[in-house]
Design a protein around this ligand. Structure first.
Ligand code: PHE
Length: 349
């Protein structure tokens, strides 16, 4: 009996457990109910009484050593076990990357414009794209049958009463002034529509950002300083700004806003290079219109023009984006060509 025990002890020690299969074999061979160790315990009954103590002790030692080996190997195998659903094969492998989209360049530039103006105290306002004649034209001092209405190439959805797609974001000025008391200091980005032939320089829809500041003692110098600050923030410190006299029914005086392009030195344009098709060789490009809000507009919106003055400006977001990124064709913005859009995934303004 003792011999058999020693034999088994050696076998237990030598048994190579390398995987779940050999582990199970080991268990069946020695520890399981029908294994050789329980079998020996069975045989213990037949051992003469005086030997029972020593043989029993040896047998227990064998049992303990077999159980200890089984426990240890079970734990080792579990630690290095094969992958299961919630246990990936190799945790150090790099993950599967998600292909993130990016903001449209127009959205990025719009956000940057809003950020610049918000930092100097302008808040964000919004208005409808489907508008009536009064908010788009009449309240803005467009006389009936005035040619300026024709100039705006309006898309009408309905005639008499006229319902149209807004031709500019100036309709939001009107809505703000009607519903808010001065001081008003807002920035209003949005989409506008004009019935124009689509080309590299024009589209039937595009985006503007309108600005309005109405309070006591607002003057043209405030307008200039605000836009000067804006141009430097967006295009860089050396950017210069120029105002050219112009006409809008809703502002008086009115001015076109130009910024110096490319090298920020009038006369040298980096944007169009030798072609000179953007700045036409002048070194200046137009980015929008501006002026002091016409007293008739203030009055139409219920604001006392004797007490309050204000400035307004409207700029094309496509125009600004084209200048900033040297994009030569406006149609690219609406085509959704991912080769174009991908170039802006890392853009930082
Ligand atoms: N609404 C004008 C346009 O679309 C731009 C503008 C806005 C001019 C505000 C002056 C003041 O052309």
């Amino acid at each position: 009996m003792t011999e058999r025990i020693q034999q088994l002890l050696a076998q237990v020690e030598e048994f190579a457990i390398t995987d779940r299969e050999t582990l199970e074999k080991f268990r069946l061979a020695f520890v399981a109910k029908k294994g050789s160790i329980p079998e020996l315990f069975e045989q213990l009954k037949t051992v003469p009484n005086e030997l029972k103590r020593t043989v029993g002790a040896e047998l227990n030692k064998l049992k303990e050593s077999a159980q200890a080996k089984l426990k240890l190997k079970t734990e080792q195998l579990e630690a290095s076990s094969e992958p299961t659903a919630d246990q990936p094969q190799d945790l150090t492998l790099p993950g599967v990357p998600y292909a993130l989209g990016s903001l449209h360049p127009l959205t990025q530039v719009r956000n940057r414009i809003v950020e610049i103006f918000e930092r100097i105290g302008f808040n964000l306002a919004d208005g409808p794209e489907i508008e009536d004649d009064w908010h788009n034209f009449t309240a803005l001092n467009f006389p009936p049958d005035h040619p300026a209405r024709e100039m705006q190439d309006t898309f009408f959805l309905h005639r008499q009463p006229d319902v149209l797609l807004r031709t500019h974001t100036s309709n939001v000025q009107v809505r703000l002034m009607r519903h808010q008391k001065p001081p008003i200091r807002s920035i209003m980005p949005g989409r506008v529509y004009r019935n124009e032939a689509i080309s590299a320089r024009a589209h039937c829809f595009f985006h503007q950002v309108e600005g309005l500041y109405v309070d006591e003692n607002v003057g043209f110098a405030d307008l200039k300083q605000t836009l000067y600050h804006f141009a430097k923030e967006l295009f860089g410190k050396q950017t210069k700004i120029r105002f050219r006299p112009s006409f809008f029914p809703f502002t008086e005086p009115s001015a076109e806003i130009d910024i110096s392009c490319g090298l920020h030195e009038p006369g040298v344009c980096q944007l169009c290079g030798g072609a000179k098709n953007i700045c036409k060789g002048t070194g200046w490009v137009e980015i929008g219109g501006s002026g002091m809000v016409h007293p008739n507009v203030l009055a139409a919106c219920g604001i006392d023009p004797e007490r309050y003055t204000g400035f307004a400006f409207g700029m094309g977001i496509e125009r600004i984006t084209m200048l900033k990124y040297q994009i030569k064709d406006l149609r690219l913005f609406a085509e959704n060509d991912v080769r174009f859009l991908r170039q802006f995934s890392q853009a930082s303004l």
